[in-house]
Structure formats: C-alpha cells, structure tokens
Design a binder for this molecule. Structure first.
Ligand code: AMP
Ligand code: ZN
Length: 109
C-alpha cells in the first residue's frame, strides 16, 4: 500500500523509533505517547483493521501477542501492568488503517 504510513515505516521509507523487528512485525514508539511507555506493534503485512483479518492471519495475531508480552517485560511494565489495545475503524478511534496493537503502560501508581 503505497499511501499507507505504516507500510512506509515497515519498509523504512519513513522514520520511526524502532524497538524490535522480526519476519512478521515491527515495534516502534508511538509519536504521541499516551503514557510513559507507548509502543505500536505493526504486522509487516498490510491488513486494514481487525475487521479485515483472514483465517491465514492467525500466526500474525499469535506473534503480536507473544511479542507484546516480551516487549512489556523489556520495557519493565510486565509486573506493574499495561494495556493492549486495538482501535477498530473510525468510531473505535482508529486513525491509521494498517492493523496495529498499542502497548501502553508505565504509569506511576
Ligand atoms: P490508531 O488511533 O489506533 O490508529 O493509532 C495510531 C497511532 O499512531 C496514534 O497513537 C499516533 O500517535 C501514532 N502515529 C501516527 N503517526 C506516527 C508515526 N509517524 N510514528 C509513530 N507513531 C505514529
Ligand atoms: Zn499498510
């Protein structure tokens, strides 16, 4: 998708503060963090939203959650707690139409 910002980030045509990359996904810092830790986990495959997931995308979903767990530990929020969030379509707050999982945490309690 040539006009998709997250495809451009995945392809290194647009900059991002990368934290992790594997064959399936990339992880980078959200440019407008909603909390001290705010990462975006983005599949390399262009999937528009949760509504567009197909049967063949199951491995991608598994990887998203397994990497989210590892990232939470690496960022030091696994025990204090965090949120994993998919915004779905406009009414659900989605503004970038390339599937991504928010990892948000690090609040002082
Ligand atoms: P959503 O509302 O779920 O579509 O979330 C999109 C997220 O992408 C927002 O939290 C934005 O702050 C974030 N974002 C937009 N542009 C960039 C960018 N160039 N680099 C990193 N994060 C971005
Ligand atoms: Zn895309």
């Amino acid at each position: 998708m040539s006009d998709c910002l997250f495809c451009k980030i995945v392809n290194k045509e647009s900059p991002a503060d990368f934290i992790y990359e594997d064959d399936t996904l990339v992880v980078f810092k959200d440019i407008r963090p909603a909390a001290p830790v705010h990462l975006l986990l983005v599949p390399k495959k262009h999937i528009r939203s949760v509504n567009d997931l197909e049967d063949g995308d199951r491995d991608i979903l598994a990887e998203l959650f397994m990497v989210a767990k590892d990232m939470a530990r690496e960022m030091g929020v696994d025990r204090s707690g965090y949120k994993l969030l998919f915004n779905v379509e406009k009414g659900g707050g989605q503004i970038i139409f390339h599937l991504h999982l928010h990892l948000i945490g690090g609040w002082k309690r």
